[in-house]
Design a protein around this ligand. Structure first.
Ligand SMILES: NC(=O)c1ccc[n+]([C@@H]2O[C@H](COP(=O)([O-])OP(=O)(O)OC[C@H]3O[C@@H](n4cnc5c(N)ncnc54)[C@H](O)[C@@H]3O)[C@@H](O)[C@H]2O)c1
Length: 256
């Protein structure tokens, strides 16, 4: 039986998605109770049920919209009531809009920024009280290789912003014993990357990504979860404000 000092509670946003569910599974396998949150009610309950059965940990699937302050505050307050703590916060929920400069509209831009950047900020803001009480915490923000390489306009801007937020919060939360780091994956095959592409376009997209990756394969959700698990662990207690690229070397931009 786990005693109170070993007990850890993780909250993973976008937990119905491919990466979120795998990250949740990894944290549960490492001994955390896990709350997955998502706007997709059926998906998050399905993912939570799978994890519960697979890991034997307490796993919950809650509906929440990370871009909505009230929804985030309700989530953290429910977490406080039901679990009493938040040891590991993984800001993984995101949306993408593939518009370029010529076509981007304010609505798409604001949606991407609200979910991908404001969401992580407001979750941290709501969780501060729990971290103050505990004197410890881990935040892992899921950015993207695009923050460095460039990519879809609003999405890339939000993921670069998330690196800025990671570094600013690392400084602000360090006195509370909270570390804040980011993981920046290259392309992982999930519905997120398939979205809006025909079969042929998607095949060409995958081949292009594999060609530009020095370690010649694509990233898997488990590759990303391994990096998250490290930042979320005790082993990473003295590391904060960092970005770990999970890209097979694709962040190096080798000469063609
Ligand atoms: N898949 C990739 O190739 C890749 C590469 C680099 C980074 N990433 C990042 O990894 C993370 C997960 O990506 P994924 O591929 O699993 O995507 P996904 O679309 O499968 O999962 C994202 C999840 O976020 C949820 N979500 C969207 N808006 C939300 C909101 N307002 N509140 C709560 N939940 C919301 C969605 O319902 C979905 O379940 C994202 O941050 C993404 O930017 C993905």
């Amino acid at each position: 039986m786990t005693n109170e000092t070993d007990r850890r509670v993780a909250l993973v946003t976008g937990g119905a998605g491919a990466l979120g569910a795998t990250i949740g599974a990894r944290l549960a396998a490492d001994g955390s109770d896990v709350v997955l949150v998502d706007v997709d009610a059926e998906g998050v309950e399905r993912a939570a049920a799978r994890l519960r059965a697979g890991t034997g940990r307490r796993v919950e699937g809650w509906v929440a919209d990370v871009s909505d302050v009230d929804s985030v505050r309700r989530t953290i307050s429910r977490l406080r009531d039901e679990f009493g703590r938040l040891d590991q916060l993984v800001n993984n929920a995101a949306v993408n809009r593939r518009a370029d400069l010529a076509s981007v509209g304010q609505q798409d831009w604001e949606l991407v920024m609200r979910v991908n950047l404001w969401g992580p900020a407001v979750l941290c803001q709501a969780a501060v009280e729990l971290w103050q009480a505990a004197g410890t915490g881990r935040v892992v923000n899921i950015s993207s290789r695009t923050w460095l390489s460039g990519g879809p306009l609003a999405y890339t801007s939000s993921k670069a912003g998330l690196v800025g937020l990671t570094r600013a919060l690392a400084l602000e939360l360090a006195p509370l014993g909270v570390t804040v780091n980011a993981v920046a994956p290259s392309m992982v095959v999930t519905p997120f990357t398939r979205q809006g592409r025909s079969e042929d376009e998607f095949a060409e997209f995958l081949a292009r990504h594999q060609r530009m990756t020095p370690i010649q394969r694509l990233a898997t959700p488990e590759d990303v979860a391994n990096a998250v698990a490290f930042f979320a662990s005790e082993q990473a207690a003295f590391i904060t404000g960092e970005v770990l690229h999970v890209c097979g070397g694709a962040q190096l931009a080798p000469a063609p």
